[in-house]
Design a protein around this ligand. Structure first.
Ligand code: BYC
Length: 474
């Protein structure tokens, strides 16, 4: 028996909620079993300088100390309740926000929560082997931080399932621990979460691109009329920012190091760049293309009646819904989507309600473009004539109107043969992956040391120096 209030920091009055305690009595040991099996490899005895959320107050959500990861205090936190909060969009607009699940939306809400929850353990599974090839102790600590917080985000969704969805919720919470990323028989729900994350370039790309889908989806769910979901997502967003920081700065540091070597040796040929043990910009571009395109799929179909229903029923809003100036009902509005007709990509207006996935995807693309422009600045400042670009939205898509078509990075509609011939100009080839792997054969863990293929960060974690002992291996 665990002492819940002691072991599980929370602001949901767990100590007095017998129902929830009983549900957790079964789930918590299963979660620990999953963590030992699928959490970061060989890490169980390490003491890691981690932040733990112990309350939602400004001084409580980021407490730093050494922690053995299996002893991390995975807590349950919701942003404090605003008694006046209303449903802010759809047909229930203006009603008080729901504190319990409306019966008619039970299965839909459960599905959305399960889909969100499923991504969290999936990403831990995808990243589990990366510790053994980390480029520094600083980076090792960061990946572990990301992993424990994804674990906490799973707890956040499981809390909702246990507290609000009764027996079905408990079954879904168990299933969240049973699916496995990439498993042929019982895979994770969404495509990108079944792709391998085989190396650190892929990890940084994932945390830049895919964790940012997390941000946008959480922002949309934070608008939900179901208040506990909204409040849970609001708190999760405070943690998400660090994950995207790890991704953005990780790629920045790789680019920076490559540019330094290119400048120092006055070289541009990718083969020569590789020969000096850094990752050529062309390979970085191909990784970018891959992670961007699989992440775009996570927004769902361009035209989706599911999305329309989520919105109309007040379950999932738009990005920054309450800041948008329109009727928040969208009964008349239209929105442009794209279709492939013959060998052309054609724009077409559809009812805005049905295009909400596409709209969220477009909001995401805007923010991504800013991030890629920041990467570009590093290349420009080095005076290297290379442009990183975002591929066309239809490139390498498996969900929505572009699925089943072969679209080049420039937006040309290709035949299957032309695509096969050219795809590795745009997507990482097995040889690219092998090369990146070859740089990451062992881990670099001497405090203050960094692998040759990545520049050190500008500063350490929580004002600690770069040569701080972020991980004690015991
Ligand atoms: N892969 O009507 P549609 C994060 C399915 S990331 C496979 O367009 P809808 C994180 C879809 O389920 C954020 N299947 O779908 C990041 C549906 O299936 P059924 C995660 C897909 O419902 C990094 C069918 O296709 N959160 O937090 O409008 C690390 C028809 O599709 C995919 C959420 O996603 C796909 N990519 O939209 C850690 C928020 N896309 O019903 C964490 C919750 C669609 O025909 N999820 N399908 O069997 C949602 O809001 C919606 O489920 C989606 C899909 C936006 C994902």
């Amino acid at each position: 028996m665990i002492d819940y209030t002691e072991k599980i920091p929370n602001n949901v009055d767990l100590g007095r909620d017998r129902g929830l305690q009983r549900a957790l009595e079964h789930w918590q040991p299963a979660y620990m079993g999953w963590w030992y099996d699928m959490g970061p490899n060989e890490s169980h005895n390490y003491e890691v300088y981690l932040r733990t959320a112990i309350s939602v107050e400004p001084d409580g959500w980021a407490q730093f100390d050494y922690v053995k990861m299996p002893e991390y205090r995975w807590g349950i936190f919701l942003q404090p309740r605003d008694e006046k909060r209303e449903v802010n969009f759809g047909i229930h607009k203006g009603q008080p926000a729901w504190q319990e699940v409306p019966g008619e939306y039970r299965s839909t809400l459960r599905r959305v929560i399960v889909t969100q929850g499923d991504t969290e353990p999936a990403s831990v599974e995808q990243q589990r082997l990366l510790g053994s090839s980390c480029p520094s102790m600083y980076d090792l600590r960061n990946i572990f931080q990301v992993n424990v917080e994804e674990g906490r985000h799973l707890w956040a969704m499981v809390y909702l399932l246990h507290r609000y969805f009764g027996r079905d919720g408990r079954e879904e919470a168990e299933a969240l621990l049973a699916r496995r990323s990439g498993d042929a028989d019982n895979p994770r729900i969404l495509g990108a979460f079944n792709e391998p994350t085989p190396d650190w370039l892929a990890f940084y790309m994932f945390t830049f691109f895919t964790d940012r889908d997390g941000k946008f989806q959480l922002c949309a769910l934070a608008e939900s009329g179901f208040d506990p979901l909204s409040r849970t997502c609001r708190f999760m967003l405070t943690e998400e920012a660090h994950h995207m920081f790890v991704g953005e700065t990780g790629v920045t540091r790789i680019i920076k190091r490559t540019c330094e070597v290119m400048k120092e040796h006055k070289i541009e040929d990718p083969a020569q760049v590789r020969a000096l043990g850094v990752i050529d910009l062309q390979t970085i571009q191909r990784y970018l293309n891959f992670h961007y395109s699989v992440t775009l799929d996570l927004y769902g179909s361009d035209v989706s009646s599911n999305a329309a229903n989520y919105f109309t029923n007040g379950l999932k809003g738009r990005f920054r819904e309450t800041k948008l100036e329109d009727d928040h009902v969208l009964s008349e509005a239209e929105y442009p989507v794209y279709e492939v007709i013959g060998d052309k990509i054609v724009k077409k207006n559809v009812p805005a309600l049905t295009a909400l996935n596409e709209r969220l995807r477009d909001d995401y693309i805007e923010e991504i473009a800013d991030g890629v422009a920041r990467w570009q600045r590093v290349i420009d400042e080095a005076g290297i004539p290379f442009k990183l670009t975002l591929p066309h939205k239809g490139f390498h898509r498996a969900i929505g109107n572009f699925a089943g078509h072969h679209i080049s990075v420039n937006g040309d509609v290709l035949t299957a043969e032309a695509w096969e011939k050219r795809k590795h100009e745009w997507l990482p080839s097995p040889a690219d992956e092998k090369f990146v792997q070859s740089l990451m054969t062992g881990r670099v863990v001497e405090p203050g040391k960094f692998a040759n293929w990545i520049a050190p960060p500008l500063r350490g974690i929580n004002s600690k120096p770069l040569d701080f002992e972020y991980v004690r291996f015991n």
